[in-house]
Design a binder for this molecule. Structure first.
Ligand SMILES: Cc1cc2nc3c(=O)[nH]c(=O)nc-3n(C[C@H](O)[C@H](O)[C@H](O)COP(=O)(O)O)c2cc1C
Length: 295
């Protein structure tokens, strides 16, 4: 195992492009609909995309100059000319049609027709939205920022959301978007995608309202464990407070098995016990076991 260090100035743009796209992933997909000055509709996907502000609500995506021949994309030309875009979110049921729409059709060709997706008029802007998309954002283009003039240069389209449409198939009873229903897809490197559903989804309690003790406060034998992983240490370090001696004693009275491990100085068994409690999402017991033995 060793690090390969690369100076961007010393590699071909195509190679660097491939490396950046494989490493900076998964990326969400902006399925962007725009119109030209004659009202012709265009629909294309862009994974150089994210949300950057909630107040004002700002989405940014980047149609790049082609690495191949330094030409620009119709979406960029339309966004500059008409200053409006509708950004549709892509989920698994529309991933193939989204991919088809990325074909480089001639200017003026409507990729809604090519992909077989349904065009629904927007409320505040001219570019229509994709009916099959779980969420669509009607946006005004606030600014377009070119990042260079050569092939591969991005162009940031800074878009302010002026209307949002949510398909209630994807909401829970509180009206909030339900991540387990959305089935979102994202772009990886080369021709890979990933699907945010089932085992790919997991939760981590947010360390925002509480302050974790930190991995540095864990006992030395836990830090040096061959059984516990970095993720295990991170979850232990997210505990709000160190257990008191009284809490540890009470725990040991009820958990004779752990007391025996301590008596035998059986550190691997203690670490396996910590890991078992973490697997059961019982962090408070895991932390008690971790602190029950101090070398
Ligand atoms: C999932 C996906 C993500 C893409 N992301 C980008 C991107 O972020 N920037 C870009 O310039 N092209 C991206 N492309 C390629 C464009 O969609 C493609 O060049 C398209 O033909 C542009 O269409 P237009 O000329 O009608 O705007 C992506 C393609 C796919 C399938």
């Amino acid at each position: 195992m060793g690090a390969i260090s690369i100076n961007p100035k010393e590699v071909e743009t195509a190679k660097l492009h491939g490396l950046l796209l494989s490493a900076v992933a998964p990326r969400p997909i902006a399925f962007a609909s725009t119109v030209d000055t004659n009202g012709n509709v265009n629909l294309s996907p862009f994974s150089f995309f994210n949300v950057f502000s909630a107040n004002p609500p700002i989405l940014i995506f980047s149609p790049a100059r082609r690495v191949r021949d330094n030409t620009t994309k119709h979406t960029l030309e339309n966004a500059i000319a008409t200053k409006e875009v509708t950004i549709n979110i892509v989920n698994f049921p529309i991933v193939e049609q989204m991919s088809l729409s990325s074909t480089e059709y001639d200017k003026g060709v409507n990729e809604f027709s090519k992909s077989g997706l349904t065009q629904v008029p927007s409320v505040k802007v001219k570019p229509p939205r994709v009916k099959e998309s779980p969420v669509s954002f009607e946006c005004i283009v606030e600014n377009v920022m070119p990042l260079g003039e050569e092939g591969g240069a991005g162009n940031l389209i800074i878009a302010k959301v002026v209307m949002v449409h949510v398909d209630d198939t994807y909401t829970n009873k509180d009206g909030k978007l339900d991540t387990t229903k959305l089935d979102l897809v994202a772009r990886m490197g080369e021709s890979w995608y990933c699907r945010a559903s089932k085992d790919a989804l997991f939760e981590i309690p947010k360390p925002i309202f509480t302050k974790g003790i930190g991995v540095d406060k864990l006992p030395k034998h836990i830090l040096e464990s061959k059984i516990l992983t970095g993720n295990n240490l991170g979850r232990l370090g997210n505990s709000e407070k160190l257990p008191t001696q009284k809490e540890i004693s009470t725990f040991l009275e009820d958990n004779k098995e752990v007391q025996t491990m301590i008596n035998n100085k059986d550190i691997p068994a203690l670490h396996s016990k910590v890991k078992d409690f973490l697997k059961e999402e019982n962090v408070s017991k895991a932390i008690l076991v971790a602190f029950s033995f101090i070398k």
